[in-house]
Design a protein around this ligand. Sequence first.
Ligand code: AHG
Ligand code: MN
Ligand code: MN
Length: 334
Amino acid sequence: MSTNKVTLTQFIIEQQRGLPDASGTFTILLNNIVTACKQISHKVNRGQLIDVLGSAESENVQGEVQKKLDIITNDIMVNALNWTGHLAGMASEEIDGLIPIPPEYPKGKYLALFDPLDGSSNIDINLAVGTIFSILRCREGIEPDIEDFLRKGAEQVCAGFVLYGPSTMMVLTTGHGVNGFTLDQDIGEFILTHANMKIPEETSEFAINMSNQRFWEPPVQRYIDECLQGKEGIRGKDFNMRWVASLVADVYRILTRGGVFLYPLDNKDPKKPAKLRIMYEANPMAFIIEQAGGACSTGRERVLDIKPSGIHQRIPLILGSKNEVERIVSYHVE
Ligand code: AHG
Ligand code: MN
Ligand code: MN
């Protein structure tokens, strides 16, 4: 058994060393995100012992009822990142406008966007939740405006998520593959445990909220129908279904054993045809999934190619094993 444990910090420093314009600021920024996520992990783990569960009885900008932990985790992220000098600005799923850097702190060359608590409907039932983040480069020394944030996902320099499950894990990409790190609670460090994660191309597992079935568009109806027909149908094999209702957990499963995840367009509520947010959920997950050899689309276009039109814009999301995503896209084309 090897005793040589690679920490996340060591991994990032060694990866950055190979890059021509690396100045070390990115490593520090990432370390601040790690610190925030360790604090969140601790709060999530303590749960009702420290009175953080339940509703905050407020609504966020998306009109969703906030959990206490939605607010606490947002504050943890903001407070861990706003003083570093490496960010020019931030945006969060929980906050209406952009989050400026307080005037007493210097501004840096990156933008951070985050979903501080993903899957928060699962928090009170003690199921896995997570934090999702995305880092963009920004012109230095400016006060960023909305246009500085509304950039294609393909321009992300880093994306990651932390899954607060039986183990706390961070999954990360800087555009050189995907690596997974497990939090060693005893020493307080994320340790590289899942190097170079790759999604299997073939799969027979899908994830979708079936209760919305009657509201889907025909291509998605067709795809799921064909999966459900199993061995007797045109797919010639039986499919399994999973739906955690935490994107972080569903994506982590797909990274480890393959599968496809769909939160497609639906006509349940005309004001809300899609659920997941491009800046905080779709883009970072798309970057990770593609870097792990998978694919990510709205059904009509590659997620990473979309020019966002709003900081809280929602889009349909289909991601996972390449062959399945390509099949679903082809049904949309037809
Ligand atoms: P959030 O908790 O950040 O609002 O995100 C919830 C998302 C996502 O994690 C999950 O895939 C999806 O909502 C679950 O939707 P349903 O409640 O429709 O199953
Ligand atoms: Mn979310
Ligand atoms: Mn959230």
